[in-house]
Design a protein around this ligand. Structure first.
Ligand SMILES: Cc1cc2nc3c(=O)[nH]c(=O)nc-3n(C[C@H](O)[C@H](O)[C@H](O)COP(=O)(O)OP(=O)(O)OC[C@H]3O[C@@H](n4cnc5c(N)ncnc54)[C@H](O)[C@@H]3O)c2cc1C
Length: 448
C-alpha cells in the first residue's frame, strides 16, 4: 500500500523517527488495516514520552476511533472505542455524577493507550491500575481476527495486552465501570515532609486515602534531601462541599488551558538556577497551604500540567526524557535516597519530581509492583545519558524497573534484567503471530 510518510515523536519530543502513517477512524476497517502491513503499531494520542507509539515501519493512527458506544446507568458500565479521549469521557460523565476508576496525570490520553500502558493514578496503592478495572476489550489480532478478551474469555491475551504496549494487537473498544461521585471537588490535605524518610512515612500513613502523591523538591540537599509536599485526597461529598463552599457548583466545568507555550524555549532558559528557584517557590507555596483540608477543583488536582498547553516545549527543541522507576518497598528509602542525591549533585533537577506508592499489577508486562515510584523530567543534554545509565543500574540491582510508557533510552540489558515475565510475553507474541505483525521503535530497541 502507498502510505504517506511522516516524522513522529512522543510527548518528550525525543527521539524522532520517520514512519508510514495509516489512519483508521472506523472500527470495521481495523482488521483490513492491520492485515495490510507488517511492523506496525497502534498509536493513541501520543502522550507516551518516548518511542512506544511510533511504528517500526507503519504507525496505525487510532484517534478517530472516538465513539462512545453504550452506558448502563445501573452498573456504571461504559463501552467506548479505543481512540476515545479520557477528557471527553470526563466532560460527558462528571456532570452526571460519574468518574473513571483510574486516571493518569493528563486527561489527553486515549482508552487504548490507557490499557496498553496499564496506567496508574494517584489511587494505585488502593485501587490498582486501569487494567484491574477493565471488564473486557475487543482486540484485532495479527491474523485479522477480532476477539473479545476478558478474565473469562481469552484470559492470556487479556493479561498480556494490559501493559503490553500495543504489541499483542490493536484494541478496538473497551468496557469498564465508571464510579459514582457526589461532586467534582477533591478534599485535599497537604502534609509537609522535611526529608525522604518523612515523605515515605506520610505516604504510608495516607494509605487509606483514595488518592495520595508526593511532590519532591529534588534539588534540596543534605538534611533536607527528599523534602516533599504530600497530598492526600478524597472525592468530596455533597455535604462537605456545601459546608465549605456553599456557593460553588457541584460539578465544575472543564477549564480551558489558561497558558500556552507558543515557542520552544531556548536551552539556556532552563538552568539549575531557574529550576531551583521554581522548586523553592513551589515548596513554600505548598507549606502555606498545609494543615486543614481544603477543596480543590478536579482538574488541577488530577491534571495540573494540562493547564499549560504544549508545556513540553519548555525544554526546547532537543526535547526531554522522563525517568520513571519503581523500587520495591523494603529497598525504597535507601535506593531512592541515593537516586535523588545523584540528581541533586548533578544539578540536573527537574521542575516536577513525583513520588508515589504503588501496589501489585495484573498485566504480564505492567509497570507497577508493590513499592515506590519516582518520576522526573530532564532536558536532553550532554551528560544526561551516562547519569541515567548509572541510575538504571541502581534500580535494577534493587529489583525495580522502568516504565515503558515514559522510556526513550533504557538499554536492552536493563530491560531484560528487570522484567521477569518477558520470555512469557515473547512466547505469547510468537504463538499468536504478533511478533511478525506488531512492532514499535521501543520494541525493537528493547528486543521485545
Ligand atoms: C503529562 C503526562 C502525565 C502522565 N501521567 C501518567 C500517570 O500519572 N500515570 C501513568 O500511568 N501514565 C502517565 N502518563 C503516561 C500516559 O498515561 C501513557 O503514556 C498513555 O499510554 C498515553 O496514552 P495515549 O493514548 O497518548 O497513547 P500513545 O502514547 O499513543 O501510545 C502508548 C502505547 O499504547 C499503545 N496503544 C495506543 N492505542 C492503542 C490501541 N488502540 N491498541 C493497542 N495499543 C494501543 C501504543 O502502541 C503505545 O505502546 C503521563 C503522560 C503525560 C504526558
Amino acid at each position: 500500500m502507498n502510505l504517506p510518510y511522516g516524522m513522529l515523536e512522543g510527548w518528550g519530543r525525543f527521539p524522532r523517527h520517520e514512519t508510514q502513517l495509516l489512519d483508521c477512524p472506523f472500527p470495521e476497517d481495523l482488521a483490513a488495516a492491520t492485515l495490510s502491513a507488517t511492523s506496525l503499531i497502534a498509536r493513541g494520542n501520543g502522550r507516551s514520552y518516548g518511542d512506544a507509539a511510533v511504528g517500526d515501519r507503519v504507525t496505525l493512527l487510532c484517534r478517530g476511533l472516538g465513539r462512545m458506544r453504550a452506558f448502563d446507568p445501573q452498573t456504571g458500565m461504559l463501552t467506548v472505542e479505543a481512540g476515545t479521549l479520557l477528557s471527553d469521557i470526563i466532560e460527558s460523565f462528571l456532570p452526571r455524577g460519574w468518574f473513571p476508576p483510574v486516571v493518569p496525570g493528563t486527561k489527553f490520553v486515549t482508552v487504548g493507550g490507557m490499557i496498553a500502558s496499564d496506567v496508574h493514578g494517584k489511587n494505585h496503592h488502593r485501587d490498582g491500575g486501569f487494567g484491574d478495572h477493565l471488564a473486557s476489550f475487543r482486540l484485532v489480532r495479527a491474523d485479522g481476527e477480532t476477539v473479545t478478551c476478558s478474565r473469562e474469555e481469552n484470559p492470556e491475551l487479556f493479561f498480556a495486552s494490559i501493559g503490553g504496549m500495543g504489541l499483542t494487537g490493536v484494541i478496538a473498544e473497551a468496557t469498564f465501570p465508571m464510579k459514582r461521585v457526589e461532586t467534582g471537588w477533591i478534599l485535599q490535605e497537604t502534609t509537609v515532609a522535611p526529608d525522604l524518610k518523612a515523605a515515605i512515612a506520610a505516604l504510608d500513613r495516607s494509605g487509606d486515602a483514595t488518592y495520595s502523591v508526593a511532590w519532591i523538591d529534588c534539588l534540596a540537599r543534605g538534611a533536607s534531601l527528599g523534602r516533599s509536599l504530600v497530598y492526600a485526597g478524597e472525592h468530596a461529598s455533597r455535604d462537605e462541599m456545601k459546608a465549605m463552599m456553599p456557593e460553588a457548583v457541584l460539578y465544575p466545568d472543564l477549564r480551558q488551558a489558561r497558558l500556552g507555550m507558543p515557542v520552544d524555549l531556548p536551552g539556556w532558559a532552563l538552568n539549575s538556577l531557574s529550576v531551583k528557584a521554581f522548586n523553592l517557590a513551589y515548596f513554600r507555596a505548598g507549606q502555606r497551604k498545609a494543615g486543614a483540608p481544603h477543596l480543590v477543583h478536579w482538574e488541577p488536582y488530577f491534571f495540573p500540567l494540562d493547564g499549560i498547553r504544549d508545556w513540553n516545549r519548555l525544554y526546547g527543541r532537543r526535547g526531554f526524557v522522563q525517568h520513571q522507576c519503581v523500587v520495591p518497598e523494603d529497598r525504597a528509602e535507601a535506593v531512592l535516597g541515593e537516586i535523588i542525591e545523584r540528581f541533586s549533585r548533578s544539578g540536573r533537577g527537574s521542575f516536577l519530581a513525583v513520588l508515589k506508592k504503588l501496589g501489585p499489577a495484573s498485566g504480564m508486562m505492567s509497570f507497577p509492583m508493590p513499592g515506590y515510584t519516582l518520576a522526573l523530567d530532564l532536558p536532553v543534554t550532554e551528560g544526561v545519558r551516562p547519569l541515567l545509565d548509572q541510575i538504571d543500574r541502581i534500580v535494577v540491582e534493587a529489583g525495580g524497573r522502568l516504565y515503558m510508557a515514559k522510556d526513550a533510552r533504557q538499554s536492552r540489558d536493563v530491560f531484560e534484567a528487570s522484567n521477569p515475565r518477558l520470555n512469557e510475553f515473547r512466547e505469547l507474541r510468537r504463538a499468536t503471530g504478533a511478533d511478525g505483525r506488531f512492532s514499535s521503535r521501543l520494541a525493537t530497541r528493547l528486543g521485545i
